[in-house]
Ligand binder design. Sequence first.
Ligand code: URA
Length: 433
Amino acid sequence: MRVKDLIEKKKNGEALTDNELRCLIEGYTKGEIPDYQMSAFAMAVCFRGMDFEETKVMTDAMMRSGDVVDLSLFGDTTVDKHSTGGVGDKTSLIIGPVAAALGCTVAKMSGRGLGHTGGTVDKLESIEGFETELSTERFYELVKETGIAVVGQSTELAPADKKLYSLRDATSTVNSIPLIASSIMSKKLAAGAKSIVLDVKTGSGAFMKDYESAAELARTMVEIGKALGRNMCALITDMDTPLGYAVGNSLEVKEAVAVLKGEDIPDLRKVCVALASSMVSLGKNISLAHAEKLVSEAIDSGAAFEKLKEWIGAQGGNTALLDDPTLFPEAPFKYEVKADREGYVFSMDAENIGNAACTLGAGRLRKDDPIDYSAGIVLKAKTGDYVKCGDTLAVFYTSERSFIEGAEALYRSAVVIGENKPEVTKLILGEVR
Ligand code: URA
C-alpha cells in the first residue's frame, strides 16, 4: 500500500477501506508516514469528506493508537460528558457531583484551556491543594470511594489524534466534520465511560458557528459512539453569549458552587440540569423525565453540593473555600467597565469576551503559558438587559494593571448596545438521541 495512492483515492472522492485507514493511522502514529503526506490526506478529506463507515473506522483506529481505559470494574454506570468548548462553561464542576450524588460513576479525564475557552483542569487547580495528577491506582480508588474523580488527560490517550490535531492546526485542516468527530470521539471513547453525553456548542463563542454544522457534528459523533458500543446523546446548546456570569478560573468555581448551593443562575442551571439529566438517564437507564426530577432534587436538597465537597476534599482541595467562597484569593486589581450609552445589550460576542478574560491573565495563548487563577470577568449585564449610561457592564479582575486597557478594548468590541430589545434565543437548540 502506497500512501500516495491513498491520498490520490481520497482526492478523487473515493472511500478508503478499513485496512487502508488503519494502516494510515498506524503508520502515522509510528512516524513511518511523514507529516507532509498526512497533511495532504487531511486536506483531501476537507474537500472530499468521508462517509460514516470511514469516519467510524478512523475513530476506532485513533482510539486504539494508545491506552484504552477499562472502566468495566465500575459496571454500567460510568458516565462522561464532553463539551466542544465555550466561554464561561463551568458545567463539568456542577454536573459531575450531581451525577455522582445520584449513583452514577464519574471517572473523568479533562483538558486545560487554550485560547478563548477555559478548561476544567485549570478551574479545578484554582482550588488550593487540588491534585489533578493522580496515579491510575489512586484515581480508581477515589472513584470507588466517592463515585467521582477528575484528572488531567493522559498523554497516552489517542496519541494519533494528538499528532494529527497539531498537524491540522498548522495546515488549516481543522474544519472538517469527519476529522473533528473522529478526533473528539477517539479521546472520549479511549477514556472508557459506558455512557457519553456531548454538549455541542454553537454561536459566536463556539467552534461551530452555525446550528446546522453543530447538528451534523452532533449526529456524527452520536452515531460513532453507538456503533462502537456506547450509550450516547448530544445536546446542541447556545454559545452566542457566555454561560452564566463568571469567566475565569476561580470566578467560575465560585459560580458553580453558587448553583450547587441553590442560587438561581437561570441559563447555567438550565443547561446543567439538561446535561446532568441526560447523564443520569443513560447511566442509570431511567427515563429522562425521571432523571430530571432526581437532578433538580439533588441540587435543591444540597446533596450535590455535599458530593462536590467530598470529591474536592478527596483530591486534596481545601473545602473551606467551598463553604465560604469569599476565601478564594481575589485578584489585586478590580476594574469596572461602564456603559457609554443607554439601551439594550443587543449582542455579546462570546469569543471576544473569552479573549478579554484571557488578556487579563485567565487563559493561555500557548500550551505552556502560566495562568492567573484569580483573573477574569464577572458580567453585570447580559444580552437583553437594559443599561443606562454609566451602569457597570462588567467587572474585570487581574494581577497586572497594564492588562486592563487591552481587555477593555476587546470587551467593548464584543458588546453591542442598541435601542431595540433583541429576540430571546433558546439555550438548548436541539438534541440527538
Ligand atoms: N477538538 C478536538 O479535540 N478535535 C478537533 O478536531 C476539534 C476540536
